[in-house]
Design a protein around this ligand. Sequence first.
Ligand SMILES: Cc1cc2nc3c(=O)[nH]c(=O)nc-3n(C[C@H](O)[C@H](O)[C@H](O)COP(=O)(O)O)c2cc1C
Length: 291
Amino acid sequence: MTMFLLTPVLAAVVCILIVWLFKNAGRSIERRKGEPTGRAEARPWMHEDFKDSTDLCQVEEDADESQESEENVEHIAFSHTRYPEKEMVKRSQEFYELLNKRRSIRFISNEQIPMEVIDNVIRAAGTAPSGAHTEPWTFVVVKDPDTKHKIREIIEGEEEINYLKRMGHRWVTDLKKLRTNWIKEYLDTAPVLILIFKQVHGFAANGQRKVHYYSEISVSIACGILLAALQNAGLVTVTTTPLNCGPRLRVLLGRPTNEKLLMLLPVGYPSQEATVPDLKRKRLDQIMVTV
Ligand SMILES: Cc1cc2nc3c(=O)[nH]c(=O)nc-3n(C[C@H](O)[C@H](O)[C@H](O)COP(=O)(O)O)c2cc1C
């Protein structure tokens, strides 16, 4: 009799034990698959999308990073320019109208541009906010025709493989409306290429590693300002993120291993036959929620 009563109780206990064992096994597998350690979770600024082979040694060396102390920065009075409300509305409207004319231009003329403008737009990009004011960016300006052509060869070689093999069907379909392919003539014709590198870490005065907090977000903000500054100056570009080309372009341009390519902007005037896809932007009520 006791035996009959015990069997369902025993079965229930065994079931609970099996469920508990499975749950724990699942959790530890997930931990192994994802961001590997608690160290990564505690330091979200170390996350990177654009990893390349040089990241492998990066992670291990993180242990001896050191931070330059800047505790003694003087605080000074802030000088602010305040506009009357009418002027504010006018300025904001005009700025929006200027930026609304920006388009990605994939046909760029070989006409030279004033290099002083390039200096100024990069100065403007360098005003971007950055995590703990680390300014984790390097803007490489390429004017030399041979280097531009080498860049083109690297990018076209990789892009051909991207389009034919690496990209999924969905990606290729999504790009159809833009009529892009792996031929990038603008890499030769544009008078200037700006390659924007993010510094995954910097160096303190004593040569030790300096942590760069949220470097990718910081550099992306700088790129946004750069795009706006180019538009303001009357130049055109197309935002490009050459897939799988970062490490080779870094080596070609002689940049150190702590720098990762984030973006490449060919800059110039539009060629006479330039066309753009007739894309529409979302309306304010589709992108803004007021609470
Ligand atoms: C992160 C990012 C990556 C992009 N990469 C490419 C690229 O590799 N090649 C390209 O031709 N356009 C690229 N574009 C441009 C987009 O296709 C373009 O911004 C979009 O179609 C909207 O068009 P518009 O810039 O004329 O408004 C990229 C844009 C962004 C923001």
